[in-house]
Write a protein that binds this ligand. Structure first.
Ligand code: UGA
Length: 317
């Protein structure tokens, strides 16, 4: 089957491509290599995929490119491309979030109207909930984002719904809860914590460290995408959580044990746009996708730490 993965050189997109290729699919990967973090990191994410004859990498911007030809013969779209980062979405940066999250999604959906897709899977985010009314949070809780990023992810998610409602584009949205693991973006907490510890710098915590996240291992998020691509349901949004809701302080405790070192912690003020807690009710994803997270937080942290340790060794060589 021919599939399209947008944001293929990103953290989750590259893992998803690897899995789709291993499953025998022909993967067209699109990325526009935004400068949010170094291009070299994204190139490294796809380096092992490029020699595969079933993989094509196209560098283009979904906000301007002609998208109709891109969907020729494509059966499933996995739309992972986004301007990521909750805390960076204020001020003048917002324009980039509108462009890469809202406009890009709308243009892809317009192109999808004319094609015969089996499924259009959209990477949504737990940030659409904001400080939710209740935990664990189910999909029928009123979304009320507290970051400009969350507003754009929600706007795009609602676009996927209305293109299903009005034009029958078979969309499904996956609300990821703080995905981590090998290849994690360099602006995200675990990547920063592990690197700081390994390089002998203090680990910087925003606020008191008692905020919680339902951290989700990247291969579990990939599995949710694979199931979403094959499922019957359309026009729905599903929580994809990791089943590992822990505080940031608990994560640091675990990391100290994994790295076998005393971490030096520096507390910085809480950041605007950060929610206090996330916790996913995954009943719906479990019912519609058979989704069940498999990797617990300790195992996942070990895998991410091992990846970063190897990376540092390779860089030093
Ligand atoms: C993450 C992703 O970055 C978003 O793209 C995604 O949409 C979102 O998850 C989601 O679930 O919707 P976030 O939860 O902020 O956002 O992920 P991290 O950067 O890993 O932060 C996790 C926690 O660690 C937050 O409470 C944050 O305040 C804290 N943190 C982060 C620190 O204390 N110090 C840091 O240096 C970085």
């Amino acid at each position: 089957m021919r599939v399209l993965v947008t944001g293929c050189a990103g953290f989750i997109g590259s893992h998803l491509c690897r899995r789709l290729l291993a499953d025998g699919h022909e993967v067209v990967g699109v990325d526009c290599f935004t400068p949010y973090y170094p291009r070299a990191i994204k190139e490294a994410n796809v380096a092992d995929l490029l020699p595969d004859p079933n993989f094509t990498l196209l560098e283009l911007d979904l906000a301007t490119a002609d998208l109709r030809p891109l969907l020729d013969g494509v059966e499933i779209v996995y739309h992972q491309a986004a301007q990521a980062g909750v805390r960076a979405s204020w001020g003048t940066q917002f324009e980039s979030y509108i462009r890469h999250n809202v406009l890009a999604t709308q243009r892809l959906l317009e192109a999808a109207k004319a094609s015969r897709l089996r499924k259009f899977v959209y990477a949504s985010s737990s940030s659409i909930y904001g400080d939710a009314e209740c935990y664990p949070t189910s999909e029928d809780v009123v979304p009320r984002p507290v970051s400009p990023y969350g507003v754009t992810k929600l706007a795009a998610e609602q676009l996927t719904y209305l293109y299903w409602k009005n034009y029958g584009v078979p969309t499904i949205a996956l609300r990821y809860f703080t995905v981590y693991g090998p290849g994690q973006r360099p602006d995200m907490a675990f990547h920063k914590f592990i690197l700081a510890a390994l390089q002998g710098r203090p680990v910087q915590i925003y606020g008191d460290g008692n905020q919680t996240r339902d951290f989700t291992f990247v291969e579990d998020a990939v599995e949710a995408n694979i199931s979403a691509g094959q499922c019957e349901a359309s026009g729905v949004a599903l929580n994809v959580g990791g089943g590992s809701r822990v505080t940031v302080n608990e994560v640091l405790q675990m990391l100290g044990e994994i790295l076998q070192m005393e971490l030096v912690v520096e507390h910085l003020p809480p950041q605007k746009g950060d929610v206090r807690h996330t916790s996913a009710d995954i009943t719906l994803a479990s019912r519609l996708l058979g989704y069940e997270p498999k990797v617990d937080i300790k195992t996942g942290l070990e895998l991410e730490a091992a990846w970063l340790q190897q990376l540092l060794v390779a860089r030093a060589a």
